[in-house]
Design a binder for this molecule. Structure first.
Ligand code: NI
Length: 178
């Protein structure tokens, strides 16, 4: 893909333009806040919209009732804390309105990981799309409407081929494995 480069001296929470990051966040106390198709669709829409507004190239995502994962490429002024904060505040306002609750804390925390190789990228891509199977939400990840799978299905035969033949075990960072 030609977009990976050595990234030797990036400390803690500085973000490098052009690098791809995986972001995982879960709800406060793992409460199943996004427990209807409408709420899942809303969260999916907020992630897409906020990434677009902030200039992040969203590559893959999955949203579930108590967490999400996404993979996105940073713009020049990429700031993950700002991006996540904007996703969390907007989705919390919308879901609280849907549930007619005021001021409920929706989100707890998040993790981000810089993707450092094409192998890592492809592992994460598979991990994200197979996630609904992993969490037992569907028997077949192709049935799950709240991930980027269908977009990849329509646009990238190689990825679909790889997913369909993918092994269901992954070598992932423990803290991301949720
Ligand atoms: Ni998950």
């Amino acid at each position: 893909m030609g977009e990976y480069r050595k990234n030797n001296h990036v400390p803690g929470h500085l973000y490098a333009a052009g690098m791809v990051y995986m972001v995982t966040a879960r709800t406060y106390r793992k409460y199943p806040v996004f427990n209807t198709p409408e709420k899942l669709g809303t969260l999916q829409g907020v992630i897409q919209e906020r990434c677009k507004v902030a200039g992040w190239d969203l590559r893959a995502w999955v949203v579930l009732l108590d967490h999400y994962h996404f993979l996105a490429r940073a713009p020049d002024d990429g700031n993950i804390p700002w991006l996540v904060k904007s996703i969390h505040s907007k989705s919390a306002i919308l879901v609280n309105r849907m549930d007619d609750i005021t001021g409920r804390r929706v989100w707890y925390n998040y993790w981000d990981t810089c993707i450092r190789s094409e192998t890592d990228y492809s592992n994460r891509l598979r991990y994200i799309h197979l996630n609904p199977e992993r969490h037992g939400v569907v028997k077949d990840f192709r049935e799950y409407p709240y991930s980027s799978y269908k977009i990849f299905f329509e646009s990238n035969d190689d990825i679909v081929q790889e997913l369909n033949t993918a092994s269901r075990s992954f070598d992932m960072d423990a803290e991301d494995d949720y």
